[in-house]
Design a protein around this ligand. Structure first.
Ligand SMILES: NC(=O)C1=CN([C@@H]2O[C@H](COP(=O)(O)OP(=O)(O)OC[C@H]3O[C@@H](n4cnc5c(N)ncnc54)[C@H](O)[C@@H]3O)[C@@H](O)[C@H]2O)C=CC1
Ligand SMILES: O=C(O)C(=O)COP(=O)(O)O
Length: 387
């Protein structure tokens, strides 16, 4: 039996991918083989010795200390693109909410009192304060053209907007999907200076923390709208608050409320619901549960954020999965240990990614415990397991 510890609300459809005869899945469980979570913060949480894999049913992994898991030879999986459509739809909604002052107008309408004639009179008298602008013809800047950014850019083109994008690490996959109408900015500052609305779709990391700060807001057009459906830390909320107060920014639409933004009349704050649709929750949970299962049962790695893709068809033999540092002579030392135990290699696959490597070896017979211990003791081996 494999044990899977869950945090957050993981879609049942995903949990059902882990059959009950082979998996014990619970939100409280001792010695888990894997952790399955969404936005729960794992920073500062001790990693149980038993954990072999972590699955993030979503895109962002900034809530997971990936480097610490890497040092332990534990792959972290996510579900790239599985919730992108949900976020795209909310971003489009966010642009419309801001452009048409929908939140303030709704608040106004809900507090009207009196009979229908009085209400009608009040409506016609006050509606001018909620006059907005149309998206068609405006210029949208998309920072980060990954799964979400590409979908937002293409949808905005379909709405008649001019779209400019910036992503120095644009993948071939994203480039293929991106509308040819999307213009390319030369730099972040070039992008920011040109647009009426700016939407952020980059991960939170050391390069993107406070990427939108006072200096960058200063080069934005007066009256621009900022949308942040990426992460709180990418935007310096205090600077945005100042810019909203002076009118330099017209509106800030964010999925990440903070104290200064909660009650701000020009801020539209949502409770991190970008991926909260039944479809996205199911897509993410199914995607990542399948990856966790293939790893636990076959040692295969697909769509990990820290390890290379390593997928080898199963032979009849005994399988060994080894995570190691990407340094010379690892495979040599491992195969010597196997040869000394008189084990014959049926199949072997070794791949590296950055500082990490992963090896799958199919063997003709059982691995003696002392051989497994000898492999684990090799300097640079991070984890080794018979599968
Ligand atoms: N509000 C919500 O509920 C959700 C929020 N997110 C957030 O959105 C982020 C993006 O998600 P996806 O598009 O699925 O990820 P992705 O990995 O497909 O795309 C991210 C893109 O950002 C680019 N990028 C990285 N650093 C950059 C930089 N400094 N400047 C410009 N581009 C840069 C990458 O090259 C990549 O193309 C996630 O990391 C997460 O933080 C994701 C899903 C739901
Ligand atoms: O996938 C992401 O990065 C998200 O932000 C979605 O978070 P959630 O799974 O809804 O807690």
């Amino acid at each position: 039996m494999f044990k899977v510890l869950t945090y957050d609300n993981i879609s049942i459809a995903g949990l059902e991918r882990l059959p009950r005869d082979r998996y014990e899945v619970a939100s409280e469980i001792q010695h888990p083989d894997a952790i399955l979570l969404r936005s729960h913060n794992l920073h500062g949480v001790p990693i149980p010795e038993s954990v072999k894999a972590v699955g993030r049913a979503g895109a962002g992994v900034n809530n997971i200390p990936v480097a610490e898991y890497s040092k332990r030879g534990v792959p972290v999986f996510n579900a790239p693109g599985a919730n992108a459509n949900a976020v795209k739809e909310l971003v489009i909604a966010g642009m419309l909410l801001a452009a048409r002052n929908i939140c303030a107008a709704w608040d106004f309408a809900r507090q009207l009192e009196g009979d229908d004639e009085v209400i009608h009179h009040q409506v016609e008298k006050h509606k001018k304060q909620f006059a907005g602008f149309e998206l068609a013809g405006k210029t949208l800047g998309v920072l980060g053209l990954g799964a979400i950014g590409v979908k937002v850019a293409n949808a905005a083109v379909a709405l008649g907007m001019h779209v400019i994008g910036y992503d120095p690490l644009l993948t071939v996959e994203s480039a293929w999907q991106l509308s040819s109408s999307v213009a390319r900015a030369a730099s972040i500052d070039d992008l920011i200076a040109k647009v009426d609305l700016l939407t952020l779709h980059v991960p939170l990391n050391d390069q993107t923390r406070h990427l939108v700060n006072a200096a960058r807001i200063g080069i934005m057009k007066k009256g621009a709208v900022l949308l942040n459906f990426s992460r709180a830390g990418i935007v310096d909320d205090a600077s945005v608050c100042n810019a909203l107060n002076t009118g330099h920014l017209t509106a800030y639409v964010t999925d990440f409320p903070s104290r200064v933004m909660l009650k701000h009349p020009r801020a539209i704050v949502l409770p991190h619901i970008g991926a909260s649709t039944a479809e996205a929750e199911e897509n993410c949970a199914v995607f990542v549960a399948d990856r966790i299962r293939d790893f636990l049962e076959n040692g295969n790695i697909r769509h990990s954020v820290n390890f290379p893709d390593v997928v080898m068809p199963r032979t009849e033999g005994i399988r060994l999965g080894i995570a190691n540092e990407n340094v010379p002579n690892m495979v040599g030392q491992i195969s010597s240990a196997l040869a000394d135990a008189n084990l014959n290699i049926l199949d072997l696959l070794n791949k590296s990614r950055g500082e990490l490597a992963y090896t799958l070896i199919d063997l003709n017979s059982e691995v003696p415990p002392e051989t497994l211990e000898r492999i684990r003791a090799i300097k640079g081996v991070l984890s080794a397991r018979v599968i």
